[in-house]
Design a protein around this ligand. Sequence first.
Ligand code: SF4
Ligand code: SF4
Length: 371
Amino acid sequence: MANKEIENYLSVDYIYIPYEKNMKINIKDKEYIYKNTLLLSGERNVYSSVSGTILGATKIHDKKYIVLENDFKDKLAVRSGAKKNINNYTKEEFIDLINKYFHISDFDETSKVLIVSGIDSYYEETIYGTLLENFTTPILETIDAIIEIMNIKKCFLAISSKNTESIDILVNNLGTYPKIDLKILNNNLYMGNKEILIDKLTNYKNKNYNVLFLNIKDILNIYTILKFKRSATETYILLTGNLIDFSKVIRVKLGTNLADLLKEYNIKETENIIVNGLLNGTLLKDRNYIIDNNVRSIFINTCTKFKVNECINCGACLEICPIHINPKYMYHNNDKKADYYKNKCINCGLCSYICPSKISLNRDVVKNDKE
Ligand code: SF4
Ligand code: SF4
C-alpha cells in the first residue's frame, strides 16, 4: 500500500524535452527561457516545466530531446494570476485552452457523457486514490466545471471498492456536487481499462458512443489549465515494487530523467524497471527514461525468468479475455483474423498473466500505445 502523502522531487538539474521531426522549434541554443514558454509546436504544443538555459540537443535510446538546465527560479514570463471561479469559461474558451495546453485522446467536443476514472489502469498501481485523497476539492471542482462548461448531461466518477478511504472522503464531499454520480466498482484486474469501464458504465457496447473519458491525472492537469491559464509543469508517478521498501506517489517535473529520480531515492542499479504496470508495462533497458504525462507508475522488481513452454490448449487465455477474442490465435497467426484481434485487443495482459506455459500472448504483438 502506498504512503498516502505525496512527496516532491522537483529540484532536478536538467529537463529533457522530447521533439519529433514535424515539430516547430521555437527556441535556440543558449537561450534563456521562462517557465511555461512554448518550446515546440505542431500537433501538440510543448511548454517548459522550469526556467533556465537551453543547452542543446541529445539522444536517449534513439529519441531526440532538447536539454534545458534548470536555474531553480521558476520564473514565469507572464503571470496571469489565479482565477477565482474555474467554471467561468465559455465552451469555446475551454476547448481553446485544452487544445493549446493539453492533449486528450479522442477529445469529442460534442460529448454529453463524462466518465472520470479513479480506478487505476493496473490494480497494483494505487495512484488515483492517493491523488483523490490529497486533492479532493480541486478534483471535484474541476469535474463540476467541465460538466458546466461542456454542458455534460451525465457524469460518472468511478472508483474501486478497495479504495475505502477515497470512498469516505467522496461521500462526505459529493453533497456539494450533485451532478457527479459516484460509481463504486468491484476491483478486478482490468476494470481500470478505458474501453471496459466505458462499456460497464454506459452499456453502449458496440455503439458509436461519444464519451469524454478522463482520469484523475487528466483532471489535475485541467485544473491547472483552468486555474492558471497555463499548462501543467508537473506530474504524479507511483514509485513501487518488490525491490524497494517503500511505495509512494511522487510529484515530478515533466521531462525529469528517471535515472536522476532513482539516484535521489538510493535505488540500486537494477535492470528490472517496469513503467506502467506489471501486466502490460514496458521493461526498460536502463534507467535513462524521460518522464512525461503518460507515465503512471515505476515498478522496481525482481524479474523471474520463466521457461516458455508449448501451448497445452488449456483455453485459459480464451476464457479470461474480457473482450472475448482469441489471444492464442492472435499470437500465432498473421492473417486478417489475427489483425482484427490485434485491433480489438485492449492490451490488458490478462492472457499472458494466466497462461500456464508462460507464453507472452499480447506483449510483442499488440502495440502498447493502445492502452
Ligand atoms: S491482452 Fe489478451 S486478454 Fe487482454 S484483451 Fe488482449 S487478447 Fe484479450
Ligand atoms: S493459456 Fe497458454 S497454454 Fe492455455 S491455451 Fe492459451 S496459450 Fe495455450
